[in-house]
Design a protein around this ligand. Structure first.
Ligand code: PEP
Ligand code: MG
Length: 587
């Protein structure tokens, strides 16, 4: 952290200037306000400049603070009311779930009710409130943790796995108890900069874009979904900021997403400089708008499709504004977050229909939900995993939970009549998984025909190639699918054994590594040998230093966050592919 004291301040204005530590200082002054600008260097994960007031966002997880209550009886009443509400919510979830998934799977919600009603649970909470005068949230959190820990210590695998049920059940109750406080923490009438310890993708997508200017966080990484969402929203973001951000609630800040800099209480000079920089940035973006309507074609006439990656229905606008040629990746898993139960078939159908209809003339690639234990999705009942990226995720969940998978496929097929749908499977490692999916799809089509429901028989089935295993056997995969798309984010982390979310390893996460570039070439060559199109939909697609490489490989489509499309189009149009094949010589 750096700090600046502006102007000439007479020494006597300070009574004491105390520095507790470099990030935590106190200035006590007697009569004149001192303007102190703080500057932090973090890691820029989404380009652009934001200037505005900070609102500190408190996550459910960090908000469980111990407070002493004056009136334990009133607190017990508050707890009992929340308990009743939680039971009603969970019963509703159970009823809804029974319509969408099997009874056995839906029973999880009844288990949660039983946990919350259990006399040991209730007695412990009430005792903590009465004897220790704890607030209800804290009492529930301590109780669920201590009971869950007992289960965790059992040898029996079944009992062990109840750990997450107990924590989840407690969290349902805590969320109800915290409801009001939670909302207040980030709702604002004017657009603001959100500061937080860490943001989950589900938290980021639940915020209204029109009320946001940018994000500042303590924890995060360039390749996390939260960062990808920020880039998709076009909001400047800096993470890895080493400061107690809650102290800056209400203060004016500047975010420089490119340089990864944050200024709190900017001085006049910095403010003027950044207003100018912002203006220049807007001009640069406006200049890029000249690319709108131009074909994505190189100087010597090689065509490439430049498509948009979207995560939410709200992102469709950004895809259209940035003149995407198509939707190359709709991360459908965001339909499954921030809710208490699975989205029903109809709800999913409406969402897919909207995306497909909005890009009626071009293809729309919808990816099967790539859910994982990484997300806070209580109803999914995925136990805690040490390494969710390599865990129960994507197609693996679909294979084990056919009912859930069939619901998504039915919704997709029903929506297919509205345009040109392509379904993409994720985390595929072998051809058997694809063959299995094909059989499920045949069953779905048969069901729909029997019900007299229309669908498009031309839906294309493709896979993401994002594991080294899939890349190496891409010759076999390409023979049985209609298209492939290279997910360079995961492919890089799995090939290099570098966690894409670990900011400490940021410099080792090298998408330009020869191994990655070779794999991309292998996949692309295999796809073309089989006569199917290949796209790149990982973040590398928007890296303009690689545009000539992708063109040299004759990649058919690059799909990226909408805000990058025009910049890549400009790079494509400036490239002469008759010169670039040399790039491939050293691979
Ligand atoms: C990828 O892995 O490159 C990809 C596009 O998928 P995601 O970032 O959603 O994991
Ligand atoms: Mg991926």
């Amino acid at each position: 952290m750096f700090f600046h004291i502006l102007g000439y301040l007479p020494v006597d204005i300070f009574d004491i200037l105390l520095f507790n530590n470099i990030n935590d200082f106190v200035i006590v002054y007697n009569y004149r306000e001192v303007i102190v600008m703080l500057e932090f260097q973090g890691c820029g994960v989404s380009d652009g400049i934001a200037i505005g007031k900070i609102v500190y966002y408190t996550n459910v997880r960090e908000n469980i603070k111990e407070c002493k209550v004056d009136d334990p009886q009133a607190e017990i009443e508050r707890y009992r009311n929340a308990l009743e509400l939680a039971k009603i919510q969970l019963q509703k979830l159970y009823d809804e779930a029974c319509l969408n998934i099997s009874k056995a799977e839906s029973a999880i919600f009844q288990t949660h009710i039983m946990i919350l009603e259990d006399s040991k649970f209730v007695d412990t909470v009430e005792e903590l409130i009465t004897v220790n005068r704890f607030n209800a949230e804290y009492a529930v959190s301590c109780t669920s943790k201590s009971i869950a820990d007992i289960f965790k210590s059992f040898d029996d695998e079944y009992l062990k796995s109840r750990y997450s049920d107990i924590i989840d059940a407690g969290n349902t109750l805590i969320k109800i108890l915290q409801n009001k406080k939670q909302k207040k923490t980030y709702e604002s009438d004017v657009p603001v900069i959100i500061a937080a310890k860490e943001l989950m993708p589900s938290e980021t997508v639940s915020m209204k874009k029109s009320k946001l200017l940018g994000f500042i966080t303590n924890k995060g990484s360039t390749n996390s979904h939260t960062a990808i969402i920020a880039r998709t929203m076009g909001l400047p973001s800096v993470t890895q900021v080493d400061a107690v951000l809650s102290k800056f609630d209400g203060k004016t800040a500047i975010i420089d997403g490119k340089l990864g800099k944050i200024y709190i209480d900017p001085d006049k000079t910095t403010m003027a400089m950044y207003n100018f920089k912002k203006e220049r940035y807007v001009k640069y973006r406006n200049n890029l708008n000249k690319q709108i309507g131009l074909p994505s074609v190189s100087k010597n006439g090689q065509k490439i499709k430049l498509s948009a990656n979207i995560g939410m229905l709200d992102d469709i606008d950004a895809a259209i504004t940035n003149d995407a040629d198509a939707i190359g990746l709709f991360r459908s898993e965001y339909l499954f977050v921030n809710r208490l139960s699975y989205p029903s078939e109809n709800e999913q159908f409406e969402a897919y229909k909207r995306v497909i209809k909005s890009f009626k003339k071009s293809e729309v690639v919808i990816r099967i939900a790539d859910l994982s234990a990484d997300e806070d999705i209580n109803y999914l009942d995925i136990p805690f995993e040490k390494n969710p990226f390599m865990g129960f995720r994507g197609i693996r969940i679909c294979l084990e939970n056919e009912e859930f998978f069939k619901t998504q496929l039915r919704a997709l097929y029903r929506a297919s009549v509205f345009g040109r749908l392509k379904i993409m499977l994720t985390m595929i490692n072998n051809v058997e998984e694809i063959e299995y999916v094909k059989r499920v799809i045949e069953k779905i089509k048969m069901e729909l025909r029997a019900e007299g429901v229309q669908y498009n028989d031309n839906v294309r089935l493709g896979v993401m190639i994002e594991t080294p295993a899939a890349a190496i056997i891409s010759d076999e995969i390409c023979k049985i699918v209609d298209f492939v798309s290279i997910g360079t984010n995961d492919l890089t982390q799995f090939t290099l054994a570098i966690d894409r979310g670990n900011q400490k390893l940021k410099y080792s996460y090298e998408p330009y590594h020869k191994a990655i570039l070779r794999l991309i070439k292998i996949i692309s060559d295999n796809a073309h040998k089989c006569g199917i199109p290949v796209s790149v939909c990982g973040d590398l697609a928007s890296d303009i230093s690689l545009t000539p490489f992708f063109l040299a490989l004759k990649i058919d489509e690059l799909s990226m966050v909408p805000s990058q499309i025009l910049q890549v189009r400009s790079a494509v149009r400036e490239t002469d592919t008759s010169i670039v094949p040399k790039i491939l010589e050293n691979l």
